[in-house]
Design a protein around this ligand. Structure first.
Ligand SMILES: Nc1ncnc2c1ncn2[C@@H]1O[C@H](COP(=O)(O)OP(=O)(O)OP(=O)(O)O)[C@@H](O)[C@H]1O
Length: 293
């Protein structure tokens, strides 16, 4: 059976700072959620509440109908993978896999070994002796092989090189196809990871600004491509997010939906319309004078 998460009026205050502000959210099993936000927006604080690392100041989190804090049934099915300092860790990956078999009911040792091989980190060397990227790959391996009903990844990819990140993305997709679960990926690598996401959450200064499925958020903007003059004419007076020009062809991203009549005009003028990138929308929505709706 799969788990969903219900969050009601969740707030977190640390010292005098309001870190998270009245977040209401419902997360469904089988979906991959992307958690985006600028530095200091509250992503890690939010995820640490979901993982029961701390209690909220007010509001509730319910997982599979129960409060997760100090709840072994729920917490054995929630994994939280984040950049961890392993510089003093004398245990090996193999030691951790042995422990995981005891604490994670669905941990799959074959999967862990296959991932270790694919990532190329050793099983029997102290984790402190692994490179930073190999340590990240080890943490990501545990997060996937645990096969928990809820898998949270908070920037575990930061130390991985590009080919290693690609392996992680491929493995994540395959794991999700084999054993669908509720996944949350917190990331700044928006353009690189957007294809993994079913749903997008954007936190901004502790508030949940966006809670939309990927397709609908992507349709909040349009890329207009065609001859420079026609593109300039069409986008005049609209909020422009980004422009690129190659010779006489220009592509400009605009914010806002187009009416059918406007789409027809674009077509008549030889302009091509396509979705915008999530990265550009994210920048626009969270910039100081940006807006959403
Ligand atoms: N222990 C703490 N005490 C006081 N304030 C804290 C504490 N931990 C984090 N904060 C503050 O909470 C805010 C949110 O931090 P958080 O780490 O959750 O953001 P983030 O979105 O994950 O940022 P980043 O993308 O930079 O990792 C920041 O302003 C940070 O300074």
């Amino acid at each position: 059976m799969s788990y969903s998460i219900e969050i009601k009026d969740l707030s977190l205050q640390l010292g005098k700072s309001n870190i998270l502000k009245e977040i209401n959210l419902s997360l469904q099993p089988g979906k991959v959620y992307g958690l985006l936000g600028r530095n200091g927006a509250g992503k890690t604080s939010f995820l640490s509440l979901l993982a029961s690392f701390r209690l909220p100041t007010s509001g509730t989190i319910s997982i599979d109908g129960e409060m997760p804090f100090e709840n072994p049934r729920i917490m054995s099915e929630v994994s939280f993978s984040y950049p961890t300092d392993l510089s003093e860790e004398s245990y090996t990956a193999a030691d951790y896999f042995t422990d995981a078999r005891r604490f994670r009911p669905n941990f799959d040792l074959d999967c862990a070994h296959a991932l270790a091989k694919r990532f190329g980190f050793p099983l029997n060397k102290a984790l402190s002796k692994l490179s930073n990227g190999q340590q990240s790959a080890f943490i990501a391996t545990l997060g996937l092989a645990n096969r928990t009903k809820i898998a949270i990844f908070d920037e575990v990819y930061v130390n991985m090189d590009a080919p290693t990140r690609k392996i992680f993305y491929q493995e994540l997709i395959e794991e999700q196809a084999r054993y669908p679960r509720l996944m949350i990926l917190s990331t700044h690598l928006v353009s690189e990871m957007e294809y993994l996401l079913d749903h997008v959450l954007i936190l901004d200064q502790g508030k949940l600004l966006v809670d939309q499925d990927y397709e609908s958020i992507i349709n909040l903007g349009v890329t207009v491509t065609g001859p420079v003059e026609e593109v300039n004419q069409f986008v005049k007076g609209r909020k422009q997010l980004n422009s690129q020009q190659l010779g006489q062809t220009k592509a400009t991203m605009i914010f806002g939906k187009l009416a059918n009549s406007e789409r027809l005009i674009a077509q008549q003028n030889g302009l091509e319309l396509s979705p915008v990138s999530l990265q550009e929308l994210f920048i626009h929505i969270t910039e100081e004078d940006g807006h959403f709706e």
